[in-house]
Design a protein around this ligand. Structure first.
Ligand code: F6P
Length: 765
């Protein structure tokens, strides 16, 4: 009885191992090479089985005719002597005479039978089984095969008439050598067939390989033409039917270039890396931005590492990890100088270095003019419609020019070739493309403007508008998040510059240099690295509820960003207030956590925002809260990506209510963090992200009551609807991830580089 379970387990094991074996065998059988080899072996075996009896029949027939002839020759050569000996002397003994003949190695025996069936003379090896009685009846020469003790014997019988003595001469051959010969012939035939099969196989393989090489060449040519926009129908028609079909197919695909260009490519670090290798082989990649991806700060007695709260860093960092190269940025951390080598470089990410960070030092005075002044008090409010007045000061402008020049010199220092690919980032470096172009004329400069570009009336406010546009038009490609911002830039160029604008090709030519102006909606890495380190959603909720002492079962609404006046932080606080006024049943059951990272605090507008936000939160909490319950928690500090993702996962609703935003990657990060397909995104229609994430609840942040209504709808949204919306948004972010963003710019750059090379080559002819 006790054996029962063991037997069961053993039996199950045997079945399982049988299944595994079968699975392995069927896996091997699926290999086309194995299948073709087995087919060839089977065909050869069938031919061998069919042809080997034929060989035996042929050899046997041929040997028998040979022996018949030999026997007759023996008979003819002894017939006369035999007759005359017997006629002359009836006591004549023929045995010694016969034995001499039988010395021949193939001749086995000779004998003479009288007419009465008596064996009168016989050599020693004549088998006992041979009987004269049967043979004596033969009237003519007769040949037969008989068996004796497992061997085959050929017996030839010749009638002899010698007057009074008549009889038959028996000539016997052992057929052993014929059998041996048949075996050998069969063996040769088998080997020959195998040889022929192997030879034919090799010939066929060589032929197929040659054929395939032709096809591959033809396919490569067709794809190259298709990829580079050539006329497939008219050129490169192959001689093979497959080639013609392929050309037709590729022609069809060209009708939908977008389809071939990316939608069906799963963009990842791997595909991006491959793209670089294939489309831009050996190209050197340099990135320039103000914000660095890793900041080292003094913290008590040690040095801490900080990843800044920056959409630019969140997007560019994974791209650099995939591509390698050098990232040139302002070293802004208090311990940054202590963590670089003597060339101001360090390898990053610190845990697993894949690219170089080159830090550039900026004095406080320069920082005040270039970063706080011209970039953030001038260009930032100019480009964002957030109704904060831009301030332009000449001193700031001069610092801006000087710092741009410093970075241009560093680019030249870091470049190891004359034609690197330089990715210039954002409004801090509007002059840099032109400055790099004058130092490295063959560089491919891709500039990306991460913030909106205003309409031309607004842009016209800037006293250095021409210099800004001129600087940017040093780029090979100038990218914005949306077509709308591209149009605004082209309008401003049209209005303020003497240039040639080709609206169809979306390009601007200034002093003979052409710049493409294209939309490239930025995104995030997929899957986000921080997600891999997250606990299940329920655990995130409990951790956040405990940390912030949330009421049991409270619905959680969050907002996470830099404390910037463009983000609409005040507007969402007002919307929560409005909801609690109109629907007081939510009091005690709803908490809004606003995590805000301090930013640009040196500037009055930012300090004023913080003061206003704090006082507004106090008012709302006083109006709707009590001793323990606070409907709004304002958490002003930097949050590392892991904390940000935990908050995203704990939330029921995430509000992104930018008053104006190029893209807003917080919206995409929230969607990416929700692998449970739950949670609702409330998204401003003035953020570029709303063009892609249309399943979010799209809101106007200036409409307080409208936002409160959307919040109310979100709080009541059934799980099924949340899932449907979240699924679609997740698909969108997965497919249009940051690798695709980089790939699209690099693909355009590769095409332009090829075109430039062709033009340069034809100019030298
Ligand atoms: O939106 C432009 C941008 O460069 C973002 O990419 C980023 O989130 C933010 O500004 C960073 O600002 P700063 O580097 O001044 O902190």
């Amino acid at each position: 009885m006790t054996n029962g379970p063991h037997k069961f387990v053993a039996g199950f094991g045997a079945i399982a191992s049988g299944v595994v074996q079968r699975a392995k065998v069927s896996g091997v059988l699926r290999n086309p090479l194995v299948r073709y080899a087995m087919l060839a072996i089977a065909a050869t075996s069938i031919m061998i089985v069919a042809l080997s009896p034929l060989t035996s029949i042929m050899v046997e027939g041929w040997s028998r005719r040979d022996i018949d002839l030999r026997s007759r020759l023996v008979f003819q050569s002894i017939r006369d002597q035999l007759a005359s000996g017997m006629v002359a002397n009836s006591g004549f003994d023929l045995v010694p005479f016969f034995e001499r003949f039988a010395e021949d190695e193939r001749l086995m025996a000779l004998g003479f039978c009288t007419e009465d069936g008596e064996l009168r003379y016989a050599t020693k090896r004549l088998p006992k089984s041979v009987s004269c009685m049967d043979l004596a009846r033969a009237k003519t020469d007769t040949f037969a095969i008989a068996s004796d003790q497992d061997r085959r014997i050929h017996i030839s019988v010749f009638p002899v008439n010698a007057g009074s003595v008549n009889g038959h001469l028996l000539v016997l051959h052992d057929l052993g050598y014929v059998d041996e010969r048949t075996r050998e012939a069969r063996l040769y035939a088998v080997f020959s067939l195998i040889g022929v099969a192997v030879g034919l196989g090799m010939l066929a393989t060589a032929f197929v390989l040659a054929l395939m090489r032709g096809w591959t060449r033809s396919i490569r040519g067709a794809i190259a033409i298709a990829r580079h926009g050539g006329d497939i129908a008219g050129r490169q028609r192959g001689h093979f039917p497959i080639s013609r079909e392929l050309h037709a197919l590729l022609s069809e695909l060209r009708v939908e270039p977008k389809f071939a260009d990316g939608i069906h490519v799963e963009w990842s670090p791997k595909t991006l890396h491959r793209l670089l290798g294939e489309e831009l082989p050996g190209a050197e990649v340099l990135v320039v931005s103000n914000r660095e991806p890793y900041i080292h700060n003094h913290a008590n007695d040690s040095i801490s590492l900080q990843i800044p709260a920056s959409g630019l860093v969140a997007a560019l960092e994974p791209v650099m990890r995939a591509c390698g190269g050098t990232w040139i940025a302002h070293g802004s951390g208090s311990a940054d100088r202590e963590t670089v080598d003597r060339n101001d470089r360090l390898r990053v990410p610190p845990a697993d270095p894949t690219y170089t960070l080159r830090r550039v030092w900026i004095s406080e005075e320069e920082q005040d003019g270039y970063y706080y002044g011209f970039a953030n008090e001038g260009l930032w409010p100019l480009c964002h419609i957030a109704f904060v007045r831009p301030n332009f000061r000449e001193g700031d402008w001069n610092q801006y020019v000087a710092v741009n020049e410093r970075f241009a010199n560093v680019v030249v220092q870091e470049a190891n070739c004359q034609d690197p690919i330089v990715l210039v980032q954002d409004y801090h470096f509007a002059l840099l493309p032109r400055l790099i172009r004058s130092r490295l004329p063959r560089a491919t400069i891709i500039t990306f403007w991460h913030i909106p570009w205003p309409n031309s009336e607004t842009f016209g406010i800037c006293p250095w508008r021409e210099q800004i546009i001129d600087g940017l038009l040093g780029s090979t490609i100038l990218g914005f998040h949306t077509q709308f911002h591209c149009n605004n830039f082209i309008e401003a160029t049209d209005r303020f510059m003497e240039s040639r604008i080709d609206r169809e090709a979306a390009s601007v030519t200034l002093r003979g240099h052409e710049t493409l102006v294209r939309p490239y909606p930025i995104s995030i890495e997929w899957p986000p690295a921080a997600l891999a380190r997250q606990a299940p959603v329920q655990e995130c909720r409990s951790a956040v509820a405990q940390r912030y002492a949330l009421p049991a079962d409270a619905r959680l609404v969050i907002g996470i960003e830099r404390f910037d006046y463009t983000k609409g932080i005040l507007d969402r606080i007002r919307a929560v207030d409005d909801l609690l006024c109109r629907q007081p049943e939510w009091k005690g059951k709803l908490v809004f956590i606003q995590a805000a990272a301090p930013t640009r605090s040196k500037l009055g507008a930012y300090r004023a925002l913080q003061t206003e936000a704090e006082s507004l939160v106090d008012q709302v909490n006083a109006r709707h809260g009590d001793g323990t319950y606070k409907p709004i928690l304002l958490v002003i500090r930097h949050h590392e990506p892991d904390e940000v993702f935990e908050l995203f996962r704990a939330a029921d609703i995430c509000i992104v209510s930018s008053l104006h935003d190029g893209m807003n990657l917080v919206a995409k990060e929230f969607v990416a963090s929700r692998d449970d397909e739950q949670g609702i995104l409330m998204l401003s229609s003035f953020a570029g992200a709303s063009r892609e994430l249309s399943e979010a609840l799209i809101v106007n942040p200036y409409d307080t009551h409208g936002m409160a209504e959307a919040l109310s709808a979100a709080l009541r949204m059934p799980e099924g609807e949340q899932r449907d919306r979240m699924r679609l948004m997740r698909d969108q972010v997965r497919q249009r991830n940051v690798y695709r963003w980089a790939a699209q710019m690099l693909l355009d750059a590769a095409r332009l580089r090829r075109r430039e090379r062709i033009i340069a080559a034809s100019a030298t002819k």
